[in-house]
Ligand binder design. Structure first.
Ligand code: CP
Length: 322
């Protein structure tokens, strides 16, 4: 079998956002994911008999399935818990839910709306909590993105990337934090009013001062992609803002990643998207299905990165039980 990867440094209790992982731990999680991709069942004995509870307040394909299969590959069982099937959907607090679930499972993942809900769950739980998407952060996606970029380009530090569209999205926020932790350069093109929040930008700039990365904001997609090696597109209407469909279609109409925009990027540029995509809106089918698409590799990498995150947090252990 492959050499076993050790995770150095301080493993956080929980993974609520990419910035919870210091750069050395993040790199080690990616190494572990690569090991698990090469040998999917190589760690099956480490967590045999353990369980995870996966709470979903929103729909999911990639996250739901990758977490369940990741748990299975680590010798664990995953309980997929849709909110309405739980007392959580009928008035029980998230804190009480987290405290009780901690008596049964070895980690909790949660997909929800407000990021504060993830924080409340983590505060109350005595087992690791993994953010499986909140309105402001999507760290599990970013780990898969980083693994895909590292596989494609060989290294992350110094890569020039661009994000085109809704800079307020959880995907953009997390990709920005991932670029910061990995020493990558990111230019974000978004219309006025769709820039990343100041606190996410501030945290990223602070990390970039140490890692050598950079972030800049521009209004024009063509300007953002000039010289970029990777161009990230994201849905225009997030799950929590269905009422803004028409407004966003108007505001973001020039922020589509198509072949013409990709041609303006560097000669080796790849296109990224976290999926699900609205084909023909934020990204064209020609790009998604074309030779410059990294999208399917990003999606595939959700599985080994989920394995690596669960393994890292659960084996690091934490907190005294109830
Ligand atoms: N990218 C992502 O999180 O996909 P799902 O919504 O299908 O989980």
């Amino acid at each position: 079998g492959a050499a076993r990867t050790a995770v150095p440094g301080k493993v956080p209790d929980d993974l609520l956002k990419v910035g919870d992982l210091d750069p050395a731990v993040l790199a080690a999680v990616l190494d572990l994911a690569a090991e698990m991709k090469a040998e999917p069942l190589g760690r099956q004995d480490d967590l045999r008999g353990a369980s995870i509870g996966c709470i979903f307040e929103k729909p999911s394909t990639r996250t739901q399935v990758s977490l369940a299969v990741a748990a299975h590959r680590l010798g664990m069982q995953a309980l997929v818990l849709h909110k309405d099937s739980m007392q959580l959907g009928h008035g029980e607090t998230v804190a009480d839910t987290g405290r009780v679930l901690s008596s049964y499972v070895d980690a909790i993942t949660v997909r929800t709306f407000e990021h504060a809900t993830v924080e409340q769950l983590a505060d109350a739980a005595t087992v690791p909590v993994v953010n499986a998407l909140s309105n402001t952060h999507h760290p599990c996606q970013s780990l898969a993105d980083l693994l895909a970029l590292r596989e494609h380009f060989g290294a992350l530090a110094g890569l020039r990337t661009a994000f085109v569209g809704d800079g307020t999205s959880n995907t953009c926020h997390s990709f920005l934090s991932a670029c910061a932790a990995s020493g990558m350069h990111l230019t974000i093109a978004s219309p006025a009013g769709y820039e990343p929040t100041e606190d996410v930008l501030g945290d990223a700039r602070e990390a970039m001062a140490r890692t050598g990365g950079s972030v800049s904001l521009v209004p024009e997609p063509a300007e953002a992609v000039r010289g970029a090696q990777a161009v990230y597109a994201e849905v225009w209407v997030p799950m929590d803002k269905p009422g803004e469909k028409d407004l966003r279609a108007r505001d973001l109409t020039r922020y589509r990643v198509d072949d013409a925009l990709l041609d303006r990027a560097g000669p080796d540029a790849v296109a990224m998207h976290c999926l699900p995509a609205v084909r023909g809106q934020e990204i064209t089918s020609e790009v998604l299905d074309g030779p410059r698409s990294l999208v399917w590799r990003q999606a595939a990498n959700r599985l080994p990165t989920a394995q690596a995150v669960l393994h890292t947090l659960i084996t690091a252990g934490r907190r005294s039980p109830n």
